[in-house]
Unconditional design. Structure first.
Ligand code: COA
Length: 234
């Protein structure tokens, strides 16, 4: 069953905490993350990886040193040791979110911010552009991110990311939000995390409701530091 976890990075993770936590993810991943210049921009990637490990640990009882991820050709991570546990991560603004399910899943969270709406010509269908243009100006930004996150959750579910032409996706709103692709129905769920952040999830299973579960970053920090199961080389 679909579950969505949300973590707000409002508590300070200082360099010392970052360094301690970095021992709990794979060496390859920490090397990749550490290429990012600013600590602030590295934190969501590290916290996201640890959040999935934490969820795998509490849901399946698997210790951290037995958790290994594999990646598809477009970089989508999945859990190597357990076929029925699917997850997907997203980060934006102050939030890191993770969806878990027993089938393929995609999630996208976005901070609603100023954006040059000329991009819609490239990524939206004519009908979506029409809907956006008839919306009152002050609601356009939100509508843009509503449509964008739905599309991105779909391309993340199927694992292709932005290599898929977003203009070819149009989510239907009837009883549920759905999109038919390759004779398969994909189901969507959308909610506001707060007044500035919107998130969408795409799953192969119908989604009726999915309350977001909030996790405090200190819960993760305490888990890794009490756990003492390192992964990266010391
Ligand atoms: C997937 C993609 C849309 C994510 O964009 P983004 O704005 O960084 O998105 P989010 O914050 O929502 O998601 C990031 C997370 O999605 C996951 N992810 C990465 N690639 C993914 C993919 N192809 N499909 C689904 N999820 C993916 C990872 O967990 C990633 O977290 P990390 O960066 O901390 O490892 C974008 O990276 C993309 O289009 N990738 C495919 C393009 C490609 O093939 N690149 C080559 C990489 S090997």
């Amino acid at each position: 069953m679909l579950e969505v976890y949300c973590l707000k990075l409002d508590k300070k993770i200082n360099e010392n905490m970052y360094n301690q936590m970095s021992y709990y993810i794979s060496n390859d991943k920490i090397v990749r993350i550490n290429k990012i210049k600013r600590l602030k921009d590295r934190i969501p990637h590290l916290v996201g990886d640890i959040l999935v490990r934490y969820l795998i640990h509490i849901k399946l009882g698997i210790p951290n040193d037995r958790i290994e991820f594999k990646y598809n050709e477009n970089g989508k991570p999945s859990f190597l040791n357990f076929e029925n546990f699917h997850f997907n991560l997203s980060h934006s603004g102050e939030y890191v979110v993770c969806a878990i399910d027993d089938c393929d899943i995609g999630i996208d969270v976005e901070k609603i911010k100023e954006i040059d709406l000329s991009i819609v010509r490239v990524v939206f269908t004519d009908h979506e552009i029409w809907k956006l243009e008839k919306e009152v100006i002050e609601n356009r930004q939100r509508l843009f991110y509503s449509i964008w996150t739905l599309k991105e959750s779909f391309v993340k579910k199927i694992g292709v990311g932005l290599t898929f032409p977003l203009k070819k996706i149009e989510i239907q709103q009837k009883d549920q939000l759905t999109f038919l692709h390759n004779n398969k129905i994909h189901y969507f769920y959308q909610t506001n995390v707060d007044h500035e952040h919107i998130l969408s999830v795409c799953s192969g299973n119908p989604i009726s409701n999915c309350p977001i579960k909030h996790i405090d970053v200190m819960e993760l920090y305490n888990w890794v530091t009490n756990n003492h199961i390192y992964l990266a080389k010391q």
